[in-house]
Design a protein around this ligand. Sequence first.
Ligand code: ATP
Length: 285
Amino acid sequence: MRLEAVGKRYGRGRWVLRDVHVEAPPGEVVAFTGGNGSGKSTLLRIAVGLSRPTRGTVAARPPVVGYVPDRFSPNERMSAAAYLTHMGRIRGLTTSGAAARAGLLLDRLALVGGRHAPLRSLSKGNAQKVALAQALLVEPGLLVLDEPWSGLDADAHGVLAEIMTEVAASGGTVVFTDHRESVTRAGATRTYTVSAGCVSLLGPDSGWAPGTDIVLTAPGRGRAPRDLVWEELDGVRTVDRDAAAVRLRVARESADALLLTALRHGWSVERVAGMPNAAAIGDPR
Ligand SMILES: Nc1ncnc2c1ncn2[C@@H]1O[C@H](COP(=O)(O)OP(=O)(O)OP(=O)(O)O)[C@@H](O)[C@H]1O
């Protein structure tokens, strides 16, 4: 799938996307990272065909597309099982085939709270699991996931990562967004950044923006700092832990906020060092 010179504005508003070129080949997991309002969801809606680009084209979109939107909160009395069976039939499955596939997917994702409970009674994470199952009812050639990790528990994180790998390994394309660079770097074979409607490829050739290395230790005096899921904090690119310290590499613009968070959680700052642009020092990250 390719986006060629895509531009988007809503009505006569500002350009939300400008001259976007994206390659999302079969077998790859492609990530888009960027801040709130940068245009990631708009870009995904154009990729799946739910929104028309104002300029440019989408080429080579596979016929079967699975899409998980950023919000799935159906105000429905219908149960997850009934909803998925219904969606499966819309996608060409038989009733029994759709019900069986829905059951398999909900088992794998470990839906808690009852597959026969009304959709509107599900928690955010369980509703997200139903949205994921819906996108996988028929094996997609293109699987598009908007902030798919949000709300999922640790087990479901692992299952989702497996599913993404399986879709890519069987020749499909996976596209996802996440605002955390550490997540996109861990999960994607190529990553684009989205900033003010401009999209650029990150990688060995382009390098990451300048970053900061931070080393945090326990402050001594018998006080233990509270641990954090460092990988989930904004701007965190890598995390190394050992018994004595946590070593973080973070985007420079996020370093102040991260240091403040660490201090508030009882950590002591041992070292902070600026890092040049990765491309400039030949770092293949
Ligand atoms: N249907 C719409 N009509 C008008 N403006 C819209 C519409 N959808 C999105 N926008 C605007 O387009 C811009 C990009 O929004 P978009 O949702 O694509 O960003 P995002 O990167 O996904 O943000 P977030 O990370 O907060 O979900 C925002 O300024 C938003 O207000």
